[in-house]
Design a protein around this ligand. Structure first.
Ligand SMILES: [Zn+2]
Length: 335
């Protein structure tokens, strides 16, 4: 049977299971819960925004958004009362296989270097992670180069969707594994956007998250790994829930491979229905609020600036104590 068929079957079954679960939660909610949304007055702002980006002028032109530099991000953080942020460089955007970019590797390096120079202007407030498409021939070279730059050697951001990686492709897996292995050797933490490409129709769900958990993550047992967007790409749909279930189950059985996993909730509450919001809250509690990190994402496209993004997150049906825990969680690489 093709993996594509497996995926669709799995996804359909999961959707059915998800809708009955959501229905059960909604009924339970209507009967017993009088939870009201928390407000910024009840819960102090996060200590750290763990998921931010800059757009250099050349990159902003390439992807048709407004540039975001350190001054602009700092102003947005100030308005949210958030002191510090982790800026995930967007070097990989230059290595997106759907684009043909002249002197691609030079542009990847320039993007990473520009981000380094920007965060260097606010050393007590901003840190940056290096980034590149892990499937490219220059991936390990760029990783080594970032290791020589003080502002970039603290961590690595990988974006599986942007790279158009297919978890079922053995060569892709080997390339990603090589990067994880190199990161582990150098004790460099990773933030990973795990969701496979939606526009390229790459398979994604429980099966692919299990491939990641069983054959990629084990080569990096000694470093923290931050799973972005609760294993999705913003919002919270059945596919995301299906992928996240691999981690929920593993944490439930105290699998040692989960010891250094962190989960960022970046933009997961976007346009959530009450039932979806309830499900997100349930999953956050199952993962454990102590390993959940707040992140806003870059204020481009449909994404909100940090102040509004935090207010949106506070609408989830978690308790003020849960929110306070998440707001005060700081990943080891931001301490
Ligand atoms: Zn992002």
């Amino acid at each position: 049977m093709s993996s594509g068929l497996n995926f669709h079957t799995d996804s359909l079954m999961h959707r059915i299971a998800l809708s009955s679960l959501v229905a059960a939660i909604v009924i339970g909610c209507a009967q017993s819960s009088r939870q009201v949304a928390s407000t910024p007055e009840q819960v102090r702002a996060p200590l750290v925004d763990h998921h931010q980006h800059f757009f250099s002028t050349p990159l902003a032109t390439l992807v048709n958004v407004q540039p975001i530099d350190a001054d602009r991000l700092i102003a947005m953080l100030d308005s949210a009362g958030i002191r510090r942020a982790l800026v995930l460089a967007l070097g990989y955007s230059w290595g997106n296989p759907r684009r043909t970019v002249e002197n691609e590797y030079e542009k990847v390096k320039a993007e990473n270097d520009w981000v380094a120079a920007q965060v260097a202007r606010y050393p007590d407030r901003l840190r940056a992670f290096c980034s590149f498409n892990p499937l490219k021939d220059y991936a390990l070279d760029e990783f080594a180069r970032c290791g020589t730059i003080p502002q970039l050697r603290g961590g690595l951001k990988l974006h599986i969707g942007n790279a158009a990686m297919n978890y079922h492709d053995a060569q892709h897996r080997e390339r990603l594994r090589a990067v994880f292995r190199a990161a582990n050797e150098r004790r460099i933490p990773i933030v990973i956007h795990m969701r496979a490409s939606i526009s390229q129709g790459m398979p994604y769900g429980r099966e692919e998250a299990r491939i990641f958990f069983d054959s990629i993550l084990p080569v990096a047992p000694d470093i923290p790994v931050q799973i972005a967007h609760l294993a999705g790409s913003g919002g919270y749909d059945a596919v995301t829930d299906s992928a996240l279930s691999v981690f929920v189950d593993a944490i439930g059985r105290q699998d040692p491979r989960t010891r250094q996993l962190w989960f960022d909730v970046t933009t997961v509450g976007r346009n959530a229905t009450p039932a979806e919001a309830q499900l997100i809250a349930t999953r956050i509690r199952q993962l454990g609020v102590q390993r959940v990190l707040y992140g806003s994402d870059a204020a481009t496209g449909g994404n909100l600036p940090p102040r509004e993004s935090w207010a949106e997150f506070l609408k989830l049906p978690l308790t003020p104590a849960d929110f306070q825990t998440i707001a005060t969680n700081v990943a080891p690489y931001m301490r």
